[in-house]
Design a protein around this ligand. Sequence first.
Ligand code: F0G
Length: 487
Amino acid sequence: MAKQDHVKITFYNGENIPLELHKVRIVQKLNLVPIERRLEALEEGGFNTFGLKTTDVFLDMLTDSGVNAMSDNQLAAMMQADDAYAGSQSFMRMHKAVQEVLDKKYLLPAHQGRAAENIIACAYIKRGSLVPMNYHFTTVLAHITQYGGRIVELLYDEAYKIASDHPFKGNMNIEKLEEVVRKEGASNIPFIRMEASTNLIGGQPFSVQNLRDVRAIADKYGIRIVLDASLLGENAYLVLKREEEFADSSMEEVIKIITGLADIVYFSARKLSSSRGGGICTNDEKIYRELEPLIPLFEGFLTYGGMSVREIEAIAVGLYETLDESMICQSPQFIEYLVNSAMANGVPMVTPAGVLGAHVNAMEICQHLPQTQYPAGSFAAAFYLISGVRGMERGSLSNQRDEYGNETYADMELLRLAVPRRVFTLSQIKYVVDRLAWLYDNRELIGGLKFVYEPPVLRFFMGRLEPVSDWPQKLMAKFKEDFGDSL
Ligand code: F0G
């Protein structure tokens, strides 16, 4: 029997394309400016896609964070927000949604995901603490090191293979985890962190079985598990698709099993629930009491935590909508289409297709560039120049220098092309594939970048770079030769 929310749609003509299961009711006009202007915009923005303004951006694939399309019901809920410093009804509704969807009793609000990371790190990280994790995210690493802690990433080798067919590249390496815990001693490990849909290695999920295995080790040595649930909906969706045991399960069941295996669950509501804000939740009163005093200190009172009540209402509705497979499937299906179409044109991509975005293997495309010249950053700038599409560098630029000031080169040099939920149409995705194919065929024209301003923390946000030669002008000339007066 077909399960509820079953979303498979087969085309009569055999075509295999994703079908939008929503309709557009409000639109925003986009700007596809000429390539000459795009070059100026790059210069103004320090050849960093974070430095671009959306007046110069056609398809904004920088991130899904805070830019997923909201639903009519979310917008409607925002109108009934209850403005109160303490005891707001909006917070009660978010709390109820957290209890019903994430199955956690206590909720602490935070203004976004990294704020939750700051609270958890402040409470539990001491100088020298070690946090094993499947993989870091930029903000969590910054917070843990800020409080004097260290991290260790424990993936299986398969996760570092860009082209792979492993369904769960985000799995924690269980054998290595136990080895690390034994060597380090559980008392120096405040928690084990698991990230749903491991962002920086291409939006790759972990399996429920893997999380159960992590739980067994955590229980054996008495260590907490912290789950970063920012991309929990997508991880659960891929569990339904890829983990046999759950083929007939619902999103609700899988989400509850996953959150049930963690002691602390935190999330960026900019991703989970298609809104803004964040939160930390737990069933453990002791943990709740340990974290509670930090919320008024860093975030705001316990019933708003730095968020507007309108956003709190949108989170409540968005959390319930996360259980709807027909909503959650849209972005992963479009990503899969983008990845497969790009690869059909020869463009090397991270496989299997993950969530959040499609990831282009800039290391392979820009083999002629040394890592010192930031191949992924260079590819991101080049791709914006020839398409107006803004992606995000996920490579060495996004890494921070070590304690001695040396570069720490990334395992992968990727351009992430985010596909926020229900934002883009299939023809826009086809445009992205077309321009990717052109740039791939002209890849030898892409040159390197160097820093002209390098901030000490999270340098990829505010850093400014410049090209090492006049390669952008040459790339522009080739574009004009091939495309004439086309934008
Ligand atoms: N954890 C994960 C897995 C994330 O992807 C992010 C944000 C955060 C935590 C931090 O949350 O932005 O609300 O403070 N990722 C964004 C991105 C920035 O573009 O991937 P935040």
